[in-house]
Design a protein around this ligand. Structure first.
Ligand SMILES: NC(=O)c1ccc[n+]([C@@H]2O[C@H](COP(=O)([O-])OP(=O)(O)OC[C@H]3O[C@@H](n4cnc5c(N)ncnc54)[C@H](O)[C@@H]3O)[C@@H](O)[C@H]2O)c1
Length: 343
C-alpha cells in the first residue's frame, strides 16, 4: 500500500511515517515545513526511514501529487488551539477547506481510504461526564470547530467509492524528534527536568484525556488496514478510559517520575476546555487496536530522553518546538505571509 502521509515534518507525522514503513507500507510525505528548524534528537528509526516528502502547502495539492497513491493519512493542519486562534480565517482555510479539498481530490482520483486525525477537543467544555462518539460536540476554538466541520463534510462523502475514517485523538504525549512543548505532558516533563518545578497557572482541575504518540500511530495504521465495513464513515475516540486525568493528576504522575520536582497549583482558570472521554468503541470495533502506553510510561521515556541528550532550558524554549512561537517568528521575519504561504 502506498500511503500519502500529510504533515510528515510534524510531531506525529515524523513518528507515523517510519511506523507505517516498518509495517510494509510505502510512504510519501507532504509538508510545508513550518517547523523544519526543530529536531530534538536522532535515532536509527527516523534516520533510516525518512520518507520522500513533497514540500508543498496543503492548499496547493493537485491531482498530480496523488498519482499512484492508494490511501491517505491526513495530519497537516494548524494543529492546536492557540495556533488556530492566532488567525481563525487562515485556520478555516487550511484546516477546514484544505482538508475537505484534499478529500475531494482523493475521491476523484479513486483513492478510497482517507484517515483523518481529528481531536477530542471537539467535545470542548464538558460537564465532567464521560463523552462518547455519539455525544454532542461543543467546540470552543476555531481549531476544534474546523475538526467538527471536516468530520461533517468529509463524512458526507462516505460511500461505496470512498472510505473516510475519523480519529478523535486525545492530547498526545511522548518523545518525537519533531518535539512539541505546547502539549501538556511534554511541557510539564520539560519543566520537571529543567527547573524542577511545575507551577500550574490554574487549579489543575480540568479533565484532559491523553494518548501516547505511538498509540495514535497504531490507530492510524489500523484505520488504514481495517476492512472497509468496520470503519467507513466511522468516528473513533483514540485513547483509553483510564487515561482521562485532571491536569493536577498529570502533574503528580510526572513529579513522581522526576524526583525532586515540586508541584504548585494556582487559582481556578478562565480556560473552560475540560472533557472526559469514553474510549470503548475503538477498543471493541477497530480490529487489532489497543493502547500500549500510559502517561507514566511517557513521562519515564521523556525523562530518559532528557537525560540522554542533556536537555536544557534553552532547548526547551527554542521557538521551533512551540508551534505558535515558530509561526509568529516566521511571520515577523517575513518568511511567511499573512496567509502562511512562504514568501
Ligand atoms: N498532537 C496532539 O496532541 C494532537 C491531538 C489531537 C489531534 N491531533 C491532530 O493530529 C495531526 C498532527 O498533529 P501534530 O501534533 O503532528 O501537529 P504538528 O503541528 O506537529 O505537525 C503538523 C505538520 O503539518 C504541517 N502543516 C501545517 N499546515 C500545513 C499546510 N497548510 N500545508 C502543508 N503542511 C502543513 C506543519 O508544517 C507540520 O509539520 C493534526 O491534524 C492535529 O490536529 C494532534
Amino acid at each position: 500500500m502506498k500511503v500519502l502521509v500529510t504533515g510528515t515534518n510534524g510531531y506525529v507525522g515524523c513518528i507515523l511515517a517510519p511506523y507505517l514503513m516498518e509495517r510494509g507500507m510505502e510512504v510519501v510525505g507532504l509538508d510545508t515545513g513550518f517547523y523544519r528548524d526543530g529536531w530534538l534528537y536522532s535515532d536509527n528509526k527516523q534516520m533510516v526511514r525518512a520518507p520522500l516528502t513533497i514540500n508543498k502547502d496543503l492548499r496547493q495539492i493537485t491531482a498530480e501529487d496523488l498519482r499512484g497513491i492508494d490511501a491517505i493519512a491526513h495530519l497537516a493542519e494548524l494543529s492546536n488551539d492557540p495556533l488556530g486562534q492566532n488567525d481563525p480565517k487562515v485556520t478555516f482555510e487550511i484546516n477546514h477547506r484544505g482538508s475537505v479539498r484534499l478529500a475531494e481530490l482523493a475521491r476523484k482520483a479513486g483513492i478510497k481510504r482517507f484517515v483523518y486525525t481529528s481531536s477530542c477537543s471537539v467535545y470542548g467544555a464538558g460537564t465532567g461526564d464521560f463523552l462518547d462518539e455519539t455525544s454532542p460536540t461543543n467546540p470552543q476554538t476555531a481549531y476544534a470547530e474546523c475538526k467538527v466541520l471536516v468530520e461533517r463534510d468529509v463524512g458526507k462523502m462516505a460511500g461505496e467509492d470512498f472510505c473516510p475514517v475519523f480519529f478523535r485523538n486525545a492530547t498526545a504525549y511522548g518523545p518525537s524528534p519533531r518535539m512539541r512543548f505546547d502539549i501538556v505532558i511534554n511541557d510539564l516533563c520539560a519543566l520537571a527536568w529543567t527547573v524542577k518545578k511545575i507551577a500550574m497557572v490554574s487549579d489543575g482541575s480540568p479533565w484532559r484525556p491523553v494518548v501516547h504518540v505511538a498509540d495514535m500511530c497504531e490507530a492510524i495504521y489500523r484505520g488504514l488496514v481495517a476492512p472497509e465495513g468496520a470503519v467507513r464513515g466511522q468516528v473513533f475516540n483514540v485513547g483509553r478510559n483510564s487515561d482521562n486525568y485532571r491536569v493536577r493528576e498529570i502533574a503528580a504522575i510526572i513529579a513522581a517520575e522526576f524526583p525532586g520536582c515540586e508541584v504548585t497549583t494556582g487559582p481556578s482558570s478562565a480556560d473552560n476546555r475540560s472533557y472526559r472521554v469514553n474510549f470503548d468503541k475503538i477498543h471493541s470495533q477497530l480490529p487489532g487496536f489497543r493502547c500500549q502506553y500510559t502517561a507514566k510510561d511517557g513521562a519515564n521515556q521523556l525523562h530518559q530522553l532528557f537525560q540522554r541528550i542533556q536537555f536544557t532550558d534553552e532547548v526547551y524554549k527554542y521557538r521551533a518546538f512551540t508551534r505558535l512561537k515558530q509561526l509568529q517568528y516566521l511571520q515577523k521575519t517575513k518568511q511567511i505571509d499573512s496567509e502562511l504561504y512562504w514568501c
